[in-house]
Design a protein. Structure first.
Length: 171
């Protein structure tokens, strides 16, 4: 798929900066995507300053991280920590991805063990992990994201504590 490239002047993007690039207005310390297709991607590499769990639900995307190219296909996961530098290089016409982003301080404020992601051993001395063909885990995470999406729409001040199931699912 030919995709439009938009110049992104930022080299260190906060969660809100990154989402605003894609036309999403979000003032919460987390974001759960709808999985709808995107048609514009940044031209340049950019550094993210938040955690990201990305689940490819259809098609493929090729990204460059640490000067290496990786292609994610359906049921593949990309998990990244703050300071990951990413560049989008190719996207298939049928590409779809579900996302969960959260500020690095979100875990410290809302989860008893804020270092659970690092303790999973996913990063292996890097700031990211790519898990190919993880159909069972991807299915579990997609159901969890759907649940979190529904609950955050109706929850009030206790919304951040609803992310405890993510910790329980991953650990």
């Amino acid at each position: 798929m030919k995709f439009s490239i938009k110049i992104n002047p930022n080299t260190h993007d906060s969660l809100q900066d990154t989402l605003s690039f894609f036309g999403v207005d979000c003032n919460r310390p987390y974001y759960i995507s709808s999985g709808n297709p995107l048609f514009e991607y940044p031209r340049n590499s950019f550094r993210i300053d938040f955690y990201a769990i990305c689940i490819c639900t259809a098609g493929t995307i090729t990204v460059e991280i640490d000067n290496q190219e990786y292609t994610l296909a359906q049921h593949s996961l990309l998990v990244s920590a703050p300071s990951t530098v990413i560049k989008f290089t190719a996207v298939s016409k049928d590409f779809r991805m579900k996302l969960l982003f959260f500020d690095k301080l979100f875990l410290l404020k809302n989860i008893a063990n804020p270092f659970f992601i690092e303790k999973l051993g996913l990063f292996n001395n890097a700031t990211f992990a790519i898990i190919p063909e993880a159909e069972k885990l991807a299915g579990k995470l997609l159901r969890l994201l759907e649940y979190l999406s529904e609950v955050t729409l109706r929850a009030t001040r206790f919304t951040p504590t609803l992310f405890a199931p993510l910790y329980l699912t991953c650990c």
